[in-house]
Write a protein that binds this ligand. Structure first.
Ligand SMILES: Cc1cc2nc3c(=O)[nH]c(=O)nc-3n(C[C@H](O)[C@H](O)[C@H](O)COP(=O)(O)OP(=O)(O)OC[C@H]3O[C@@H](n4cnc5c(N)ncnc54)[C@H](O)[C@@H]3O)c2cc1C
Length: 60
C-alpha cells in the first residue's frame, strides 16, 4: 500500500501556488497556508530587454 505524500506550503503567491499545482499533479496532498488576510489586488506585466552575453568570461 502506498503512503499518501503530503506537503505544507507557506505562502499562496506565485512560488507557493505553482509548487502546490505541480505537487498535486504528481499525487501529493498539499495544504497551502497564507498569512495575509486576502490576496493582493492587481497585477502588471513587465518587459525586460536582455543583452546577449558572448561567454561567461564577460561576466568578469
Ligand atoms: C514593488 C514590487 C513590484 C514588483 N513588480 C513586479 C512586476 O511588475 N512583474 C514581475 O514579474 N514581478 C514583480 N515583482 C517581483 C514579484 O513580486 C516577485 O518576484 C514574486 O512575487 C515572488 O514570488 P514569491 O511567491 O516567491 O514570493 P511572494 O510574492 O513574496 O509571496 C510570498 C507569500 O508568502 C506569504 N507568507 C510569507 N510568510 C508566511 C508565513 N510565515 N506563513 C504564511 N504565509 C506567509 C506572504 O504573505 C506572501 O503571500 C515586484 C516586486 C515588488 C516588491
Amino acid at each position: 500500500m502506498m503512503t499518501q505524500r503530503t506537503a505544507l506550503i507557506s505562502g499562496a503567491s506565485i512560488a507557493g501556488l505553482s509548487t502546490a499545482y505541480w505537487l498535486e499533479r504528481t499525487g501529493w496532498s498539499v495544504t497551502v497556508i497564507e498569512r495575509a488576510e486576502r490576496f493582493r489586488e492587481g497585477a502588471r506585466t513587465s518587459t525586460c530587454a536582455a543583452a546577449p552575453v558572448k561567454s561567461s568570461t564577460s561576466w568578469g
